[in-house]
Design a protein around this ligand. Structure first.
Ligand SMILES: *Cc1c(COP(=O)(O)O)cnc(C)c1O
Length: 483
């Protein structure tokens, strides 16, 4: 397919779409360009066809089942989008004074409140713009708290081996050494090992519960007691709240800090590196350190707190209020669902995952933790299939695309060989889950009968196997005119 630059012809344009004449007289001459910009010269119709064709070549939640574990690719109601796009929100300048944005600030305030309630935390800041940034804010607050008490001996953060890669990266970025602890055969943390590595050097523990292995850590209150007794704090990676929404709260499990990925659980799709929001919630003792701004209500009015109100804040992580559009979608979603709706999300997310797990188990797939109930996601290992047929989890995933399903997450978590991490989400119907099981069975059969067909998949998509290492290391993103 041609790039848009390679379509059309010199002199063509979509006049109706040109912005109205702007007055450039105010701009100093030395800021003005001397050569015209190199823009695609295409008609309006060429443009429409180009982007429509591109969208049709895409795999997305709007077109396909997308069971990408740990990423929560669920359907996000359009109504939330419509609300975030209301002209009053859209046209508001981020520097506009609080007095002219009371409606907007009231939404932010309510969202802080809802997230605090859902996570069992004392206070929330909406400033971080990604899960990873929320983690950074969380661990930076843990650090600030220890230092504010004059406790400078704490140099380590404990992280289970099953953790998401952003956890150790966050701890390292905040200047901590990572102490990794192993997971046992049931997917739980090894408590003896935890006791052994915890001590006066422990700043805290980072944990996802349910873990990325898809199981709920049942010993969480013992774990919290071990860390707290040693003077450390507990960080909850709440990237994905689908399994616990409205059912259990990290605060009740003993956690001191939580981040939440609104772009997984709260009506913004995750993926593609698009905009996100990773609010952080904290217990009372960490409140002074929250990143700014924080919205407060004073009588009938809303106001943003700044450095003079919160001198101990770890600072600012985003321009203005963070990702306003994502925050508004989350607010609309939470208000639409209400408390009973939240709990239903968790019920159906776990029901769908457990149904799918049971069906795949019956179909002969190896479930990584067959004795455990799944949370919102679960792991299938294709190790046996690979040993028998040479077909890897990657080949299997690529072949699923030919059947019209986005692949589950592959090779994560790294503890399980040849794994697929499958998250159906609460928004899918049983018919879709059944069709996915049928495709899984069909691909497994192909792996045994015609393995080459699976190893060379996908066969039906616009592109075949991509060199993803080259794409990451040497991305070729800029079109250059041929002269
Ligand atoms: C997605 C995810 C993150 C990171 O979130 P980003 O917004 O991608 O930075 C962290 N932890 C877990 C468990 C996740 O699934």
């Amino acid at each position: 397919m041609k790039l848009i630059f390679e379509q059309g012809a010199s002199g063509r344009s979509a006049n109706a779409q040109l912005p109205p004449d702007t007055n450039i007289d105010d701009i100093p001459a030395h800021y003005l360009r001397t050569t015209p910009p190199v823009l695609p010269e295409v008609s309006e119709m060429d443009t429409v066809r180009h982007y429509t064709r591109l969208s049709q070549q895409n795999f997305s939640i709007d077109t396909h089942f997308y069971p990408l574990g740990s990423c929560t690719m669920k359907y996000n109601p359009r109504a939330c989008n419509s609300i975030a796009l209301l002209p009053g929100f859209l046209a508001r300048h981020p520097f506009a004074p609080a007095t002219t944005g009371q409606g907007y600030l009231s939404c932010l305030y309510e969202l802080q409140d809802i997230l605090a309630e859902l996570t069992g935390m004392h206070a929330v800041s909406l400033a971080p713009m990604a899960g990873a940034q929320g983690e950074f804010a969380g661990v930076a607050m843990i650090r600030a708290w220890h230092l504010a008490r004059g406790d400078t001996a704490r140099t380590e953060i404990i992280i289970p081996d099953a953790a998401h890669g952003t956890n150790p990266a966050t701890a390292a970025m905040c200047g901590y050494t990572v102490r990794e602890i192993p997971t046992d055969k049931q997917g739980n943390i090894d408590l003896d090992e935890l006791r052994r590595v915890t001590g006066p050097q422990t700043a805290g523990l980072m944990l996802t519960n349910p873990s990325t292995l898809g199981v709920f850590e049942q010993q969480i209150t013992e774990i919290a007691a071990i860390i707290h007794q040693a003077g450390g704090l507990l960080y909850y990676d709440g990237a994905n709240l689908n399994a616990i929404l409205g059912r259990i709260k990290p605060g009740d499990m003993g956690f001191d800090v939580v981040h939440i990925n609104l772009h997984k659980t709260f009506a913004t799709p995750h993926g593609g590196g698009g905009p996100g929001a990773g609010p952080v919630g904290v217990s009372a003792r960490l409140q002074p350190f929250l990143p700014l701004p924080v919205t407060v209500r004073e009588g009938e009015h809303y106001r943003l707190l700044d450095e003079t109100d919160r001198p101990y804040s770890i600072g600012r992580l985003s321009a203005n209020h963070g990702n306003g559009g994502v925050l508004l979608r989350a607010w609309a979603y939470a208000r639409m669902l209400g408390e009973p709706g939240m709990a239903r999300v968790a019920q159906f997310a776990t029901l769908n995952a457990n149904y799918l797990m049971a069906r795949l188990d019956q179909a002969g797939f190896d479930i990584a933790f067959p004795q455990r109930r799944a949370s919102h996601e679960f792991i299938v290992s294709l190790k046996r299939l690979k040993d028998e047929t040479g077909v890897s989890a990657m080949d299997f995933a690529k072949r699923l695309l030919d059947y019209g399903f986005h692949a589950p997450t592959t090779y994560f978590p790294m503890l399980v060989p040849e794994c697929l991490l499958i998250e159906p989400t609460e928004t899918e119907a049983k018919t879709t889950l059944d069709a996915f099981v049928a495709a899984m069975i069909a691909v497994a059969q192909e792996a045994r009968e015609t393995p080459e067909k699976v190893k060379s998949a996908p066969h039906t998509l616009p592109v075949r196997r991509l060199d993803d290492v080259r794409a990451a290391r040497k991305p070729d993103l800029a079109w250059k005119p041929q002269i």
